[in-house]
Structures are given as C-alpha cells and as structure tokens.
Design a binder for this molecule. Structure first.
Ligand code: NAP
Length: 284
C-alpha cells in the first residue's frame, strides 16, 4: 500500500506524513511537494507536484494506491481547478482511494465563505471521482493562534470579533493522526467527518494561555468592520479578509459543531489545555 501526501512541505502535510510513517513505514509513504527541497527533511521519497500542473501529478501519482489531498492556499477562483488537477491525475493513475482535507465553516454570509465554498465544490468533485473517498472537515488549527503569543503578551490582550462564539480548535498534530487512520482503514470510506476539538470561547482561550504561559491576557472584542480593517492593514487584503471572516464565523457559531474525531480515530480529541501545553513544550 503506497500512500502519497500532497503539500508535504507544509505543516499539515508534514504532520500527516509523520503519522503515516509510524503506521505503514517510510518506504510506503511518498511526499508530493511544489518545492521538493523543502520536504527532503521528511526522510521519504519526494516527488514534484504543483497544483497548477496536471502533468506533474500524473507523474507523481504513478504506482500510488491512495492520495491525501491537502487543500490549497490560492485565491478561491483558482483552488477548484488546482484540486481537480490532483483528482484527475488520481483517476488517470487508477488510484483506489482519495482523502481530502476540507474545512468546517459558514458557506455564506462572511468573508471566509468563498473559501469554504471552494472546499465544498472539491468535496463534490472528490465524491464524483469514482474512487473510494473520505473527507475531513478541519476545524481551526490552534497553532497559528499560539504563534501570536508574543503579540498578545505585548498588547496584554487577545482582540478579535469572535465575541462569545465557541471555536472547536484542533491541531495539526491531531489532524495528522486522524488522516492517517482515515487513509489506512477502509471503514471510513464514504464518510465526511468534522475533525474538531472541544469548543471554547476566546476568553477561555486567554485563560488557558495564562495558565500555561503565566501571562495575564484578557479577551477584548472589536466590531467585525474594525477587525477586518486592522487585519487587512497588517496582513494585506487577501489574508486579512480571510482571518477576519474566520473570527466572524466563530462569533456566529460556524465552528461550534459536533465533532466526529472519535469516529475517525477511535479516541477522543485532546483538550485545548493539552494542545497549548504541547505547543509550549515544543517551543521551550
Ligand atoms: N484549518 C485551519 O485553521 C487552516 C489554517 C491555515 C491553512 N489551512 C488550510 O490547510 C492547508 C494546509 O495548511 P498548513 O498549515 O500545512 O499550511 P502551510 O504550512 O503554510 O503549507 C502550505 C502548503 O501548501 C503548499 N502549496 C501552496 N501552493 C501550492 C501549489 N500551487 N501546489 C502545491 N502545493 C502548494 C505549500 O508548498 P510550498 O512549500 O511550495 O510553498 C505548502 O506545502 C492550507 O493550504 C489551507 O488550505 C487551514
């Protein structure tokens, strides 16, 4: 059983590769990367694959039984066709199975919705490919939030427009474990799973961070418009709008959904506190 993972140079792809190696051994895992040299540290065979290039995926998926398609990072208009390049190449090579990393979120009414819609279209494309399939809808990773710790500490607060909305944070580590099970166990075929942890508010997130980091952060809410203005100024129009849309979605309850993590893995998702402690221990 040879399993390939796309975007292996990225953090989610690398986590899935790491867990897959433990499960099926490094000789059976192939990393596919747009920039292969950024994935050589994984210690497995790496093949070239840019989502814009169907031919590269036709080559990269030769001799492969199953592929894990990590959703792309491009603008919504481009993503659907990029994902189709991988799906078509999987069909061309008669793969048995495709597993796709989709996302939880509101399909309408916020600035992140166009991205969620492209994920939903790829879900349909994956289901229609004629292969065995499994779809994971990822909740929000906690790590990018924790990457902001220094800023939070400097400003003394976590500030966004999520208000009292609960976010079922997950982590790339938990997702790597889940996708490995979804790839190797046939019982998941034909299922769509919400891969999500326990729901917490931003105030609870601040409290948990305070306990682990010995900080005194508070949560302050700002309006959606104000937050969008602030994020686009800091991150540019594309990424700023996405981030503002995500927090607007959290505020509206779009990420407060029942989790299928146990169905996918056979074990509970770890707690938000444990994820924060793991992040802290890995950095210190
Ligand atoms: N749920 C969440 O909270 C959340 C947060 C962030 C992102 N995401 C989604 O999850 C995905 C993976 O996240 P991550 O944390 O692994 O992101 P990451 O560490 O930033 O990695 C992004 C990956 O996408 C690859 N990539 C970008 N454009 C590509 C293309 N045209 N063809 C092939 N590969 C391409 C990059 O390749 P290079 O090394 O060549 O640049 C890199 O491997 C993202 O792409 C995004 O769709 C979800």
């Amino acid at each position: 059983m040879k399993i390939a993972v796309t975007s292996a140079s990225g953090k989610l792809g690398a986590s899935i590769v790491k867990h897959l190696i433990k499960e099926i051994g490094k000789d059976n895992v192939i990393g596919i990367a747009r920039t292969p040299e950024k994935a050589t540290h994984l210690g497995i065979e790496i093949r070239k694959g840019d989502y814009n290039n169907r031919q590269e995926f036709n080559n990269a998926l030769q001799g492969v039984n199953a592929v894990l398609l990590v959703s792309g990072m491009d603008t919504p208009e481009k993503r659907i066709e990029q994902h189709r390049n991988v799906i078509e190449a999987a069909k061309h090579n008669s793969l048995k199975k495709i597993v796709y990393t989709s996302i939880i979120g509101a399909e309408e009414n916020n600035a992140f919705s166009p991205i969620v819609q492209t994920n939903r279209q790829t879900e349909i494309d994956v289901k229609n490919a004629g292969l065995d399939w499994v779809i994971g809808r990822n909740s929000i990773y906690i790590e990018p939030d924790l990457d902001y710790i220094d800023t939070y500490v400097r400003e003394g607060e976590i500030r966004n427009c999520a208000e009292e909305g609960k976010c079922t944070y997950t982590s790339r580590e938990e997702l790597g474990y889940a996708y490995t099970k979804m790839l190797v166990e046939d019982k998941h075929n034909g299922h769509t799973y919400n891969l999500a942890g326990e729901g917490i508010t931003q105030s609870q997130l601040a409290d948990f961070i305070n306990k682990v980091y010995n900080t005194s952060l508070v949560y302050n809410s700002v309006s959606i418009e104000e937050y969008k203005k602030e994020r686009t100024a800091a991150l540019g129009d594309f990424m700023g709008t996405i981030i503002a849309g995500i927090y607007e979605g959290i505020g509206n309850g779009a990420y407060d959904v029942p989790s299928d993590y146990i169905k996918a893995t056979g074990r509970p998702h770890i707690s938000p506190m444990a994820m924060i402690k793991n992040y802290y221990n890995n950095k210190n």
